[in-house]
Write a protein that binds this ligand. Sequence first.
Ligand code: ATP
Ligand code: MG
Length: 354
Amino acid sequence: MSREIGIDLGTTNVLIHLRGQGIVLDEPSVVAVDVLTQEVIAIGQEAYEMMGRTASSIEVIYPLEEGVISNYELAEAMLILFLKKIHAESWFRKPNILICVPTNTSEVEQQALLDTTRQVFKGRVYIEEEPKIAGVGAGVDLTDPKGHMVIDIGGGTTDVAVLSGNEIVNSASIKFAGNEIDELIIQYFRTHHQMLIGKRSVEKIKIQLATAVELSNHDLDTHSVRGRDLISGLPASINVNSNQLLEAYVDELAVIARTVKQVLENTSPELSGDIMEEGILLTGGGAMIQHMDDYLSGYLGVHVITADNPLNRVAVGTGIMLEAILDGTFDQEELLLSQRIRRWFRQIRIKLFG
Ligand SMILES: Nc1ncnc2c1ncn2[C@@H]1O[C@H](COP(=O)(O)OP(=O)(O)OP(=O)(O)O)[C@@H](O)[C@H]1O
Ligand SMILES: [Mg+2]
């Protein structure tokens, strides 16, 4: 039985990858808590199903939001419970664990996660940031000094990174991603149709219909969405098509495209040349929006390629990265040191230039 466990601790979904077995767990990053006792009563899919359907004594919480850990205790509890769900402590004596954390997780939180996971599972635990792992999962070879660019559109953040060798040489992270699209769709129905739609229904309609470019009548899909009429207060349903939905978030798609453009503009000519030649890799759930790659390719003038199974790339990347760390290809101490130096420069830059 494999002892190598890779975890994509995402804002919206947690995936666990086992060496030799692939992805063994894929559940929403949600926790249901009893408000009175503060006890965790459900995690993952079970907690997600409770959203909007529970008594007021039960709160359903996403412990990670917008690329940060917003509720550290719950995030930690959720991680440990997911690992226990795959029986990590009984099957694997001293497992090797790599956790991919959201981009803006603080160093203190990373250290706390490392310490707790080490204490519970008694194995070696490593932490890495998302854009690099997404690249590795999408096929980037980190021993290759050539420039590669990855765009990961997740639930909480869109991360754009230029990778060269084992380094992130240039990157940006913005809070415009899947959750924000859901919020904009909720607002759209509220203002244009006086309807209140629940988060799960919105996510469902987005998955069915969302497009990044306007579709011709021939390709246009229509679905009905259910919610509550704000005027009558009664249940209601309405038909909506892909182009109508696009209206809700079209302006914000341009924010993603502009961010990628800025990162490209700040990339050295040599690395830009490599990216131009190879194309840009697109990962994360947002890559599943129809024609997202075409939209970005059109804006940037660089070929954008959607990775196979874009939702799984980070989890697969944790498996590959963990093997590389364990066989000595990458020295994790150095990785952490280089991360620290990068952060230090970033902080100084922010202090000096805002
Ligand atoms: N077919 C689809 N079309 C559009 N959006 C989708 C589709 N499938 C999933 N999504 C969206 O992708 C997002 C989840 O993507 P992903 O699992 O990559 O995020 P995450 O890793 O949890 O978040 P982050 O990387 O920001 O921490 C959700 O907002 C979800 O609604
Ligand atoms: Mg992610």
